[in-house]
Design a protein around this ligand. Structure first.
Ligand code: MLT
Length: 302
């Protein structure tokens, strides 16, 4: 009987995929496979029997890939299964960065006893005036499943979109350039964009991808969005760029103590993929990949 060890928050629909000849639970030591969402698996013992790890999500930076490679443990993720949810939250982030909804709501919360609220709103609202997304330029760094969806939705908002992705196939790049300004030099994106959103995986090659050098090339007052991973942005350089008004606001789904102390940071507690639909899609796909691998040795991972 194949044994699957579960780590946090796997939607029930995924667990329901396993036939009764699988043993699936949170407490076992000699598991054949692991099904995980965001738990950090870098420090666990990868037992000799372990054949596969399925991540119900896109990023695999919570898994020790080097050890898995050495031990021949297959690693699956679920690219695309949560991209709709992330795309929608990126837009919430862009709207929060351009319209002062957050402070407006915060003020309303303090007015619950105010009988003159309707009159006071008219006096107060000038403070919260913002800008529109229509006509602004957006740079999308990383045009995979999520980046492409963000780019598409931005066009519907009337934004001018610049896409950068050095790992794109020629066909995909050709397709992208039909409706987005496909840049091959990232400096062009930095120079042109009012908003920049990053959608690349975190690994040794992308740590601090956005750094002092990148900030120096960006437009003054740029708004930066990070719904990919905290480590992609050099936070020391970011804090300087925020103080210098180079960056007007930083919207992040990966807040650290260092950045949330800055008032120009809009921080969200890693909710990008947290919708019922996305959690179900990811769990379903991860469970199916795992069974397919354990039963037939098949890997699709797409
Ligand atoms: C992802 O990597 O797809 C997300 O971080 C998933 C999650 O929220 O668990």
């Amino acid at each position: 009987m194949p044994k699957i060890k579960l780590y946090n928050n796997i939607a029930q629909i995924g667990l329901d995929q396993f036939t009764p000849d699988y043993e699936v639970n949170e407490n076992m030591e000699d598991e054949d496979a692991i099904l995980v969402r965001s738990t950090n698996l870098h420090d666990i013992t990868y037992n000799a029997n372990l054949k596969a790890i399925a991540r119900a999500g896109a990023g695999v930076n919570n898994i020790d890939i080097d050890t898995c490679t050495k031990k021949g443990i297959a690693v699956f993720n679920t690219p695309g299964a949560n991209s709709n949810a992330v795309k929608e939250l990126v837009f919430a982030g862009m709207l929060l960065a351009s319209r002062d909804i957050y402070h407006g709501i915060e003020w309303i919360q303090t007015q619950k006893e105010n009988e003159n609220i309707t009159k006071d709103i008219e006096k107060q609202k000038k403070k919260y005036a913002g800008h529109e997304l229509t006509g602004k330029s957006l740079g999308v760094i990383g045009c995979g499943a999520i980046g492409i969806q963000v780019a598409n939705l931005s066009l519907r908002f009337g934004m001018k979109v610049y896409g950068y992705d050095p790992y794109m196939s020629v066909d995909a790049a050709w397709n992208l350039s039909r409706y987005v300004n496909h840049v091959t030099n990232i400096d062009d994106l930095y120079r042109q964009c009012d908003f920049i959103t990053i959608h690349v995986p975190l690994n040794d090659g992308t740590k601090n991808f956005i750094n002092k050098d990148s900030f120096d090339k960006m437009k003054d007052g740029v708004k930066l969005l990070n719904f990919a991973r905290g480590g992609l942005v050099d936070e020391d350089a970011l804090l300087v760029a925020l103080d210098d008004n180079k960056v007007e606001s930083y919207v992040t789904d990966f807040p650290s103590l260092k950045v949330i102390q800055n008032d120009k940071v809009i921080a969200i507690p890693h909710l990008g993929a947290s919708t019922e639909e996305s959690e179900e899609n990811c769990a379903l796909k991860a469970a199916q990949e795992l069974m397919n691998y354990l039963t037939y040795g098949n890997i699709s991972n797409s």
